[in-house]
Design a binder for this molecule. Structure first.
Ligand code: ZN
Length: 248
């Protein structure tokens, strides 16, 4: 499988960029994880909208779902243009009424259940409820060969160590620098991401959901206080391949 970073900013996007959005591909199946602000525009640099087979949302904060509405319009326009009338499944939890907004003319809301493994195309997904001001789920995604863990938005919780154990790639919420306190906002620091990566013995750490201020390479140095494996700072277009690692 291959994962491409589309959007990586926390809160709001930089000019011409996007907040949380990742695309996972395997065997021609294209799976979008979160659909933040600017995501639909950025995603179209790399994919056609008709290519998207399914979408999943960790939670309903704007920086993870702002572009769902315009994706629904895009699907509708594409239907009128004769580019396909398939219904796009959008997976989410139903602990918020916004779940029901995921159903629109050409999209259909699909509920995931925290205690159950969800099968989407070639992917098997397990969930961990995060520590965040609203209900949010992190994901462990398996394709029967490799495993990616995505914390979505969360304050530090030692549950992440068990949940991430042996992951090939761990994508952490890194909205804060080490000396800041992310607890109240429901986010982690660079150092906490490094701590989880070290104790879960993951193969590669990707720091994402990044802050708009400070010197971002410091985030890597701070994560290295605990984790001595490879660390990458998220950036638009970056590709992680399950056989070759980061290739771009
Ligand atoms: Zn959030």
């Amino acid at each position: 499988m291959q994962l491409r970073v589309i959007g990586f900013w926390g809160g709001y996007p930089a000019v011409g960029e996007a907040t949380s959005c990742y695309v996972l591909e395997k065997d021609g199946f294209t799976f979008v994880i979160d659909m933040g602000s600017g995501a639909l525009s950025t995603l179209q640099k790399y994919y056609d909208i008709e290519q998207i087979d399914a979408v999943i949302l960790s939670h309903y904060h704007h920086d993870h779902m702002a572009d769902i509405g315009v994706l629904q319009y895009a699907k509708l326009v594409h239907m009128y243009l004769g580019k396909g009338d398939d219904l796009l499944p959008i997976y989410g939890h139903d602990e918020d009424d916004r779940f029901y907004d995921l159903t629109h003319d050409q999209t259909v809301a699909k509920q995931y259940l925290p205690g159950e493994t969800l099968m989407v195309g070639p992917f098997m997904i397990d969930f961990l409820k995060t520590k965040h001001p609203v209900p949010c789920y992190g994901m462990r995604i398996n394709d029967s060969e490799k495993m990616i863990v995505y914390t979505a938005d969360t304050a530090y919780d030692e549950e992440w160590i068990k949940f991430s154990e042996g992951a090939d790639l761990l994508i952490t919420d890194c909205n804060f620098y080490a000396e800041q306190d992310g607890e109240a906002a429901g986010h982690m620091t660079s150092e906490q991401g490094g701590y989880i990566a070290a104790h879960a013995q993951v193969n590669h750490l990707l720091l994402s959901h990044l802050p708009q201020y400070g010197n971002k390479t410091d985030l890597i140095e701070e994560a290295m206080r605990h984790y001595n494996g490879p660390i990458t700072l998220a950036n638009e277009g970056l590709i992680w391949d399950s056989k070759e690692g980061f290739i771009k």
